[in-house]
Design a protein around this ligand. Structure first.
Ligand code: GAR
Length: 222
Protein backbone atom coordinates (compact mmCIF):
# COMPACT_ATOMS: atom_id res chain seq x y z
CA UNK A 1 0.00 0.00 0.00
CA UNK A 2 1.31 3.38 -0.92
CA UNK A 3 0.85 5.51 2.15
CA UNK A 4 1.59 9.16 1.46
CA UNK A 5 3.14 10.86 4.45
CA UNK A 6 1.96 14.40 4.96
CA UNK A 7 4.83 16.72 5.74
CA UNK A 8 3.84 18.84 8.71
CA UNK A 9 5.81 22.01 9.16
CA UNK A 10 4.53 23.10 12.55
CA UNK A 11 6.34 25.43 14.84
CA UNK A 12 5.13 25.76 18.45
CA UNK A 13 6.67 28.43 20.63
CA UNK A 14 6.59 28.96 24.36
CA UNK A 15 8.34 31.96 25.91
CA UNK A 16 11.59 31.00 27.62
CA UNK A 17 11.22 33.70 30.25
CA UNK A 18 8.56 34.63 32.73
CA UNK A 19 7.59 37.39 32.55
CA UNK A 20 8.21 37.14 28.81
CA UNK A 21 10.62 39.67 27.35
CA UNK A 22 9.15 42.02 24.73
CA UNK A 23 11.11 44.28 22.39
CA UNK A 24 8.83 46.80 20.66
CA UNK A 25 9.76 48.72 17.49
CA UNK A 26 7.98 52.01 16.71
CA UNK A 27 8.18 54.77 14.11
CA UNK A 28 5.78 57.32 15.52
CA UNK A 29 3.40 58.09 18.35
CA UNK A 30 3.68 54.66 19.96
CA UNK A 31 0.12 54.46 21.28
CA UNK A 32 0.08 50.68 20.67
CA UNK A 33 3.35 50.32 22.56
CA UNK A 34 1.94 52.45 25.40
CA UNK A 35 -1.12 50.16 25.62
CA UNK A 36 1.17 47.14 26.11
CA UNK A 37 3.27 49.09 28.59
CA UNK A 38 0.17 49.90 30.66
CA UNK A 39 -1.08 46.30 30.54
CA UNK A 40 2.32 44.95 31.59
CA UNK A 41 2.16 46.89 34.86
CA UNK A 42 -0.17 44.11 36.00
CA UNK A 43 2.04 41.16 36.99
CA UNK A 44 -0.57 38.72 35.77
CA UNK A 45 -0.13 39.97 32.22
CA UNK A 46 2.93 37.76 31.86
CA UNK A 47 5.26 40.06 29.91
CA UNK A 48 7.28 43.22 30.21
CA UNK A 49 8.86 45.53 27.67
CA UNK A 50 12.65 45.23 27.93
CA UNK A 51 13.50 47.70 25.14
CA UNK A 52 11.92 50.00 22.55
CA UNK A 53 13.65 50.74 19.24
CA UNK A 54 12.94 53.08 16.37
CA UNK A 55 14.07 53.86 12.83
CA UNK A 56 13.63 57.57 13.57
CA UNK A 57 15.15 59.94 16.10
CA UNK A 58 13.01 61.70 18.67
CA UNK A 59 9.70 59.89 18.19
CA UNK A 60 6.93 60.19 20.75
CA UNK A 61 7.08 56.41 21.25
CA UNK A 62 10.74 56.56 22.28
CA UNK A 63 10.02 59.48 24.59
CA UNK A 64 7.23 57.51 26.32
CA UNK A 65 9.58 54.54 26.77
CA UNK A 66 12.36 56.71 28.21
CA UNK A 67 9.97 58.33 30.67
CA UNK A 68 9.01 54.83 31.81
CA UNK A 69 12.69 53.97 32.34
CA UNK A 70 12.81 51.46 29.46
CA UNK A 71 16.07 51.19 27.47
CA UNK A 72 15.77 52.53 23.92
CA UNK A 73 17.73 52.52 20.66
CA UNK A 74 17.39 54.50 17.43
CA UNK A 75 18.87 53.56 14.05
CA UNK A 76 18.08 55.86 11.14
CA UNK A 77 18.46 54.30 7.70
CA UNK A 78 20.14 57.44 6.37
CA UNK A 79 23.00 57.04 8.85
CA UNK A 80 24.07 53.70 7.29
CA UNK A 81 25.92 52.98 4.04
CA UNK A 82 23.40 50.35 3.00
CA UNK A 83 20.01 48.94 3.93
CA UNK A 84 21.71 45.65 4.86
CA UNK A 85 23.88 47.43 7.42
CA UNK A 86 20.84 49.18 8.86
CA UNK A 87 19.01 45.84 9.11
CA UNK A 88 22.03 44.28 10.84
CA UNK A 89 22.15 47.13 13.35
CA UNK A 90 18.45 46.72 14.13
CA UNK A 91 18.91 42.95 14.47
CA UNK A 92 21.91 43.27 16.77
CA UNK A 93 20.22 45.84 19.01
CA UNK A 94 17.08 43.72 19.31
CA UNK A 95 19.11 40.55 19.96
CA UNK A 96 20.96 42.22 22.81
CA UNK A 97 17.71 42.18 24.81
CA UNK A 98 17.04 38.42 24.25
CA UNK A 99 13.36 38.87 23.33
CA UNK A 100 10.69 36.18 23.52
CA UNK A 101 8.62 38.31 21.18
CA UNK A 102 9.43 41.25 18.91
CA UNK A 103 6.45 43.55 18.30
CA UNK A 104 6.27 45.94 15.37
CA UNK A 105 3.82 48.53 16.69
CA UNK A 106 3.57 51.19 14.02
CA UNK A 107 7.08 50.39 12.76
CA UNK A 108 6.99 51.57 9.16
CA UNK A 109 10.09 49.97 7.61
CA UNK A 110 10.52 46.52 6.07
CA UNK A 111 12.95 44.26 7.95
CA UNK A 112 14.90 41.80 5.80
CA UNK A 113 15.26 38.02 6.03
CA UNK A 114 18.47 38.24 8.05
CA UNK A 115 16.58 40.10 10.75
CA UNK A 116 13.64 37.68 10.68
CA UNK A 117 15.92 34.60 10.77
CA UNK A 118 17.37 35.85 14.05
CA UNK A 119 13.88 35.66 15.65
CA UNK A 120 12.01 32.87 13.81
CA UNK A 121 8.21 33.05 14.24
CA UNK A 122 8.80 35.59 16.98
CA UNK A 123 8.16 38.86 15.13
CA UNK A 124 4.59 40.14 14.98
CA UNK A 125 3.12 43.25 13.40
CA UNK A 126 -0.14 45.10 13.87
CA UNK A 127 -1.71 46.64 10.78
CA UNK A 128 -4.67 49.01 10.63
CA UNK A 129 -6.72 47.17 7.98
CA UNK A 130 -8.19 43.73 7.42
CA UNK A 131 -5.40 42.01 5.50
CA UNK A 132 -4.96 40.91 2.78
CA UNK A 133 -6.89 44.09 1.88
CA UNK A 134 -5.11 47.43 2.07
CA UNK A 135 -1.50 46.55 3.02
CA UNK A 136 1.17 49.25 3.27
CA UNK A 137 1.25 52.43 5.28
CA UNK A 138 -2.10 53.99 4.25
CA UNK A 139 -4.53 51.24 5.32
CA UNK A 140 -7.37 53.46 6.63
CA UNK A 141 -7.10 55.94 3.73
CA UNK A 142 -7.12 53.14 1.14
CA UNK A 143 -10.10 51.43 2.81
CA UNK A 144 -12.04 54.71 2.92
CA UNK A 145 -11.30 55.52 -0.73
CA UNK A 146 -12.28 52.01 -1.81
CA UNK A 147 -15.64 52.44 -0.10
CA UNK A 148 -15.63 49.36 2.13
CA UNK A 149 -18.23 49.30 4.92
CA UNK A 150 -16.14 47.28 7.36
CA UNK A 151 -12.44 47.52 8.02
CA UNK A 152 -10.35 46.80 11.13
CA UNK A 153 -6.94 45.65 12.30
CA UNK A 154 -4.80 42.56 11.78
CA UNK A 155 -1.99 41.00 13.82
CA UNK A 156 0.31 38.70 11.88
CA UNK A 157 3.62 36.88 12.11
CA UNK A 158 6.02 38.89 9.99
CA UNK A 159 7.52 37.37 6.84
CA UNK A 160 9.73 39.16 4.29
CA UNK A 161 6.73 40.49 2.28
CA UNK A 162 4.74 43.65 2.87
CA UNK A 163 2.00 42.71 5.36
CA UNK A 164 1.82 39.16 3.95
CA UNK A 165 2.59 36.99 7.03
CA UNK A 166 0.36 34.35 8.62
CA UNK A 167 -2.58 36.00 10.39
CA UNK A 168 -2.90 35.57 14.16
CA UNK A 169 -5.97 37.71 14.84
CA UNK A 170 -8.31 40.26 13.29
CA UNK A 171 -10.83 42.71 14.69
CA UNK A 172 -13.45 44.68 12.75
CA UNK A 173 -14.39 48.35 12.76
CA UNK A 174 -17.37 49.72 10.80
CA UNK A 175 -16.78 52.57 8.34
CA UNK A 176 -19.25 55.47 8.76
CA UNK A 177 -20.57 57.49 5.85
CA UNK A 178 -19.18 60.68 7.38
CA UNK A 179 -15.76 59.24 8.27
CA UNK A 180 -12.64 61.16 7.39
CA UNK A 181 -9.25 59.45 7.22
CA UNK A 182 -8.49 60.82 10.70
CA UNK A 183 -11.77 59.77 12.34
CA UNK A 184 -11.56 56.28 10.85
CA UNK A 185 -7.90 55.86 11.88
CA UNK A 186 -8.67 56.87 15.45
CA UNK A 187 -11.62 54.44 15.71
CA UNK A 188 -9.56 51.61 14.22
CA UNK A 189 -6.74 52.34 16.65
CA UNK A 190 -9.06 51.98 19.62
CA UNK A 191 -9.92 48.38 18.71
CA UNK A 192 -6.40 47.75 17.40
CA UNK A 193 -4.75 48.59 20.75
CA UNK A 194 -7.16 46.38 22.66
CA UNK A 195 -6.59 43.51 20.25
CA UNK A 196 -2.80 43.88 20.50
CA UNK A 197 -2.84 43.85 24.30
CA UNK A 198 -5.14 40.80 24.34
CA UNK A 199 -3.23 38.82 21.71
CA UNK A 200 0.24 39.50 23.15
CA UNK A 201 -1.09 38.48 26.58
CA UNK A 202 -2.42 35.18 25.21
CA UNK A 203 0.80 34.52 23.30
CA UNK A 204 3.11 35.01 26.26
CA UNK A 205 0.92 33.11 28.73
CA UNK A 206 -0.16 30.22 26.51
CA UNK A 207 2.34 30.00 23.66
CA UNK A 208 1.62 30.20 19.93
CA UNK A 209 2.03 28.12 16.80
CA UNK A 210 2.45 28.43 13.07
CA UNK A 211 1.81 25.85 10.39
CA UNK A 212 2.28 27.36 6.95
CA UNK A 213 -0.25 30.16 6.55
CA UNK A 214 -2.18 29.09 9.64
CA UNK A 215 -1.21 30.55 13.00
CA UNK A 216 -2.81 31.10 16.37
CA UNK A 217 -2.16 31.28 20.09
CA UNK A 218 -3.59 29.54 23.11
CA UNK A 219 -4.24 25.83 23.05
CA UNK A 220 -1.66 24.44 20.64
CA UNK A 221 -3.17 22.79 17.56
CA UNK A 222 -2.38 19.04 17.48
C1 GAR B 1 -1.07 51.74 13.82
O1 GAR B 1 -2.40 52.02 13.50
C2 GAR B 1 -0.53 50.60 12.97
O2 GAR B 1 -1.49 49.72 12.51
C3 GAR B 1 0.07 51.32 11.80
O3 GAR B 1 0.66 52.47 12.36
C4 GAR B 1 -0.15 52.90 13.47
C5 GAR B 1 0.80 53.25 14.59
O4 GAR B 1 0.15 53.89 15.64
N1 GAR B 1 1.01 50.48 11.13
C6 GAR B 1 1.03 50.29 9.82
O5 GAR B 1 0.36 50.93 9.04
C7 GAR B 1 2.03 49.24 9.35
N2 GAR B 1 1.70 48.78 8.05
P1 GAR B 1 0.89 54.16 17.03
O6 GAR B 1 2.29 54.70 16.70
O7 GAR B 1 0.06 55.17 17.70
O8 GAR B 1 0.96 52.87 17.76
Amino acid sequence: MNVEKKQIDRRCIFPAHRPARLVVLVSGTGSNMKAILDASLDEGYGAHIVAVGSDRNGTKGIEIARQAGIPTFEHQLKDFDSREEWNAAMRDSVREYVPDLVILAGFLKILNEDFLKAFPSRVINTHNALLPSFPGIHGPKDALEYGVKITGATIFLVDPGIDTGAILAQVTCPVRDDDTEESLLERIKEVERKQLVDVVGHMVREGWWQEGRKASFGSIKR
